[in-house]
Structures are given as structure tokens and as C-alpha cells.
Design a protein around this ligand. Structure first.
Ligand SMILES: C[S@@+](CC[C@H](N)C(=O)[O-])C[C@H]1O[C@@H](n2cnc3c(N)ncnc32)[C@H](O)[C@@H]1O
Length: 259
């Protein structure tokens, strides 16, 4: 589980996200029109949520970045969607979209795509407005705090998600386990944790900037979840289409576990 490769690059992490992670660049590279990876992820999350087994009142996403599309399929199963991120620029991008600002990122194609998966593409605008209504808060967060939402304290959530975030904040296995513990503390008993990330990724790019990631395999993730007492752990992995030099991994995982 060691970071490797890219020894000639400066790999950014931690506080660098506040100044060197540019939301618009990230969105264009990873979520722009025709990026195949984002379609594969939407397909997978659609099939996961459409089992109907993951539902409740409040869902919290940690390290949301400027991204809403990964939660479109989840939205109909929860009354409130709470987003959070460490970098103010990302929280601003989320707020702009919620407020329908003219220069907000255009998520309409993502809503159309998911509405088509749901079997009725004409519903996409209704889905988009329902989503905006359910987006009840956008918090500052740091998954390295015992309470990642500090200073905000919340009732435990029915579901906590974190996509392409936790490994990106950790340098070693010990930190990864601690972060999993912090994140799990926000779940109610019986609540569901959903993590999505790349397998074996040690770096990803946002524009010209390389960010570090803790390279994890299936056993590392499952061990960390078991260590904090999570149960009913299910692991899914799928091949992600090549990302044209943006990441050194072409495999994604989704892990689902119950507290
Ligand atoms: C690769 S982006 C993922 C964004 C989004 N979740 C997605 O699926 O595309 C990693 C995100 O983690 C956030 N982040 C970095 N350090 C963090 C920390 N200590 N606590 C919470 N989020 C953090 C960054 O600001 C960034 O938005």
C-alpha cells in the first residue's frame, strides 16, 4: 500500500487543495461532455441505488468537490442531500449550481443521462429541480478531524458517501484507517457507507498539477472497514475507460458497508 512512481513530480495534497485544485479545470477534465469515465460511474451508481436497498432521510457526501452528478441516482431515495468539501472554491461551485447562477457548471447532460437510465428522459428537469431542493446544506469538512464536519454537529446520517476523496487525503495505512473511523462516526447504527475510488492509484492530475493518492487494493480497504466494525461489506470493481494521462489507475471500486 505504498505510493510509487512519479518520483520526478511534486505531488500535492492537504492544504494545496485550497489553492491548487481548480474546480472548473477538474470539472472539464473529469465531468465534461463525452468523458467516458463519468458515464461508467453513473451507470454503476444507478444500478446500485436502483436495488432500492439504500434509502433513508439524510445522505451526507464528504469531499464532494464541485460535483453533483454522482448523486443523481441516490437523490430519489433520500429527502436531504448534504454536500461538503475542504476547499472553499469547490463549495462555491456547488452553491452556484444550487442557486442556478449563470456561470455554474452545466449538469443538464448528466440529469438527462440518468433520466434515460431511469427509463423516462423527459423527467430530467423535474429530477434536476428536486435535486436542487433536496440539497439542504454545503459544509466545510476535513476528514482528518474526529468530527469531519467540525464545528458543525449533526444527528447521525442514514448514508455517508465519499467518492475519489479519502485516499487522496492520506499518506499511509494508519491515516487511512483513522479517516475511515472519522467518516464512520457520522453514520447512524445500521446506516450505510459507500466509498468509490480508483484501485492502486498513486496520483491524479488536475490541469498541470499532480495530486497524490494512497494506492490501495481490495484487501487494504476491506481491512480498514472491518477494523472500525463495519459489516455486510460488499466490494465491486469495474474497469474505467482510459483517462488520457489524468490518473495512473484504470480500475475503480465501490465498496458498500453497514454500521
Ligand atoms: C479528486 S476530488 C473528488 C471530488 C468528487 N468527490 C468527485 O467524485 O469527483 C478530491 C476532493 O477531496 C477534497 N479534499 C481534500 N482534502 C480533504 C480533506 N482533508 N477532507 C475532506 N475533503 C478533502 C478536495 O478538496 C477535493 O474536492
Amino acid at each position: 500500500m505504498a505510493n510509487q512512481g512519479y518520483s520526478d513530480k511534486v505531488l500535492r495534497r492537504g492544504v494545496d487543495y485550497k489553492s491548487m485544485f481548480h474546480p472548473q479545470v477538474y470539472l472539464d477534465d473529469y465531468y465534461g461532455p463525452g468523458v467516458p469515465q463519468s458515464a461508467v460511474i453513473k451507470d454503476f451508481l444507478h444500478s446500485l441505488f436502483n436495488t432500492g436497498n439504500i434509502n433513508g432521510d439524510r445522505l451526507l457526501d464528504l469531499g464532494s468537490g464541485p460535483v453533483v452528478s454522482n448523486h443523481i441516482s441516490a437523490a430519489k431515495w433520500f429527502n436531504e442531500l448534504i454536500f461538503s468539501d475542504y476547499a472553499p472554491g469547490n463549495r462555491d461551485a456547488l452553491r452556484k449550481w444550487k442557486n442556478n447562477d449563470v456561470d455554474a457548471f452545466d449538469w443538464d447532460p448528466a440529469f438527462k443521462y440518468v433520466a434515460a437510465l431511469e427509463g423516462d428522459v423527459t423527467k430530467w428537469e423535474e429530477d434536476r429541480e428536486n435535486f436542487r431542493r433536496k440539497m439542504s446544506a454545503i459544509y466545510d469538512c476535513d476528514v482528518h478531524n474526529d468530527n469531519p464536519l467540525h464545528p458543525v454537529t449533526c444527528q447521525p446520517f442514514d448514508c455517508v458517501t465519499s467518492f475519489f476523496c479519502l485516499e487522496e487525503t492520506c499518506a499511509d495505512e494508519e491515516e487511512f484507517c483513522r479517516v475511515i473511523r472519522n467518516v464512520t462516526s457520522l453514520l447512524r447504527e445500521g446506516g450505510v457507507l459507500i466509498l468509490l475510488n480508483a484501485v492502486g492509484q498513486s496520483t491524479f492530475k488536475c490541469g498541470d498539477v499532480y495530486f497524490s493518492s494512497l494506492s490501495v487494493e481490495k484487501n487494504d480497504v476491506i481491512k480498514a472497514l472491518e477494523k472500525v466494525g463495519l459489516k455486510d461489506i460488499s466490494w465491486h470493481s469495474f474497469q474505467a475507460p482510459p483517462m488520457a494521462g489524468l490518473s495512473d489507475s484504470a480500475q475503480c471500486y465501490v465498496v458498500v458497508a453497514k454500521k
